[in-house]
Ligand binder design. Structure first.
Ligand SMILES: *[C@@H]1O[C@H](CO)[C@@H](O)[C@H](O)[C@H]1NC(C)=O
Length: 134
């Protein structure tokens, strides 16, 4: 019956293409058995200091997992301890999973930015926002 599906964890990673274009994630797509160990790599060559892992599950909600700045973890949005990120340098943020769970089936997205302050506070100031529908 559906039990074979339950034993598998589908992990999808979207990259922006080859590394010359910025951020790259490997592997791109993975169907793994629950209980298995897995690692994802993310690399950027944009000279950014801050890197992120996001998770998008089947409910389509995009959730922040980890934020690293200068090799240090600055945010952990209560990700289960089986996930351990590793940042050997500013250009890499790898994600290791000790033992995959069925609920880990998701799309995983890696991103980078120059600075965390830009991410959270800077809004475009050139154009005033127009009210939609008015
Ligand atoms: C992230 O936070 C959760 C909840 O506090 C904790 O169990 C987990 O070990 C933390 N992960 C890392 C990599 O620190």
């Amino acid at each position: 019956m559906g039990s074979r599906l339950l034993c598998c964890v589908a992990l999808c990673l979207l990259g922006a293409g080859p590394l010359h274009s910025g951020v790259s994630q490997t592997p791109k797509y993975l169907l793994a058995q629950a209980g298995k160990k897995q690692s994802f790599k993310c690399e950027q060559n944009l000279g950014h200091d801050t890197m992120y892992w996001y998770k998008q599950d089947s409910k389509q909600s995009l959730k922040m997992m980890f934020t690293y700045n200068n090799k240090l973890m600055i945010a952990n949005e209560t990700v289960p301890s089986r996930f351990s990120p590793e940042s050997p340098d500013n250009a890499h943020l790898n994600l290791h999973v000790k033992s995959l769970e069925p609920e880990d089936s998701a799309l995983y997205l890696c991103a980078s930015s120059r600075d965390t302050a830009l991410q959270s506070h800077q809004l475009p100031v050139h154009k005033p926002a127009r009210q939609p529908g008015s």
